[in-house]
Ligand binder design. Sequence first.
Ligand SMILES: Cc1cc2nc3c(=O)[nH]c(=O)nc-3n(C[C@H](O)[C@H](O)[C@H](O)COP(=O)(O)O)c2cc1C
Length: 321
Amino acid sequence: MTASPPRIGGLDVESWGDPEDPIVLLIGAPERLSGDWRRSVRALVEAGRHVVLAADFDQTEDGPAALRRLLTEIPSRPAIVCADETLPVVAPALAVTGPALASCLVIVAAEGQGALSPEVETLLAGVPIQVVLRGDDAEAENAALLGFLERQAPREAMLYQAGSDPRTLRDALGCFATGVTVVTTLDEAGQPVGLTANSFSSVSLDPPLILFCLARSSTNVERFRQAEHFAINVLHIGQQPTSGVFARSQADRFQDVAWETWDTGAPILSGALASFECGTEQIVEAGDHLVIIGRVKRARFEPRRDPLLYFRGKYRRLHFS
Ligand SMILES: Cc1cc2nc3c(=O)[nH]c(=O)nc-3n(C[C@H](O)[C@H](O)[C@H](O)COP(=O)(O)O)c2cc1C
C-alpha cells in the first residue's frame, strides 16, 4: 500500500489505490472508524476503491465549508465514510445539495449510537445512508461497508468483445479466483522440470481426471507433450516463494525445494497442500495453449493448511479460517 500526500480543497489528504477507481472519502481521525483502519483501507483498495483520507477535517475552524470545498474539487461524487462523532461537520456540509456532492454516506457508530437525530436526517435528506456498527469484528464491519458501496456506488463494469483488447479479456478472466499449482514432470534425460500454473481444474471423479493448460510458448511444451506422467502440486500459503521460482526463467528451479518421487518419477513437492500423480490421458490443442488431461494415480493432501490463492493478478490469502 503506498500513500501519497496531495492537497485537495486546501486540505492535506492521504490516498491509496488507483486514482481511476471510484473514490471513498474517509473524514476525520481514522482511528474512530475502525480499530484496524489500515486493514479497512486495504480491503477497500482490494475491492477496487480509491481511498482518500482527510484526517484533520473536524479540527479545521470552518469544518462544513471546508468539506464542501473538498467535495466540489473531487472530480466524481465520492462515497463518504465518517464516524458518528464527525457528523456535526459532515451533515451541514451535505445540506440541500448533498446528493449532488456525495454518492452515499456510511456512518460508523458505536453500539447504541446508531440512531440519527431528526435534525441530522433533515440535513442529509436524499443521501443514501448506511450505519455500520463499530465493533470487535473488523471483518463484519468491512463486509457491511463494502456491500453498501457495491449497491450505492457500483464500479463501472468493464466490457470485452471478441476481437478487442486481449488485456481486458485477461482482466475479466482474472476475476476467477484460483489456487496456485506447480506442474512437474521428468524430461527425457530424467531431469525434473516444472512450472507454476493456475489453470488446474478437476474434470471427472469416475474415471479420476484432472487438467491443466500449458502455454505453447512454454520452454517445456515438448517435454510435457512427450511425458507419460506428470504431477500437480497445489501450493499452500507459505509457498508463494516457490510459485515465484517456478514462474521465472531460472536454470534449476528445483535447486532450493525439497521433492520426492512416487511411482512414476514425476516430482512431488514435499509439504505441498495437495499433490496428484497422473498418467497423461489426453492432450487437446486449444488455441495458444495445450489442455493436458491426466488420470490421477495417487493423491495426497494436507487437511489443515490454507491455500495460496491468485486473484486479479495478485497472490491472496483466505480471509477467514
Ligand atoms: C500464478 C501464475 C499462474 C500461471 N499459470 C500458468 C498456466 O496455467 N499455464 C501456463 O502455461 N503458464 C502459467 N503461468 C506462467 C508460467 O509459470 C511461466 O510462464 C513460466 O515461466 C513458464 O516456464 P517454462 O517456459 O519454463 O515452462 C503462470 C504464472 C503464474 C505466476
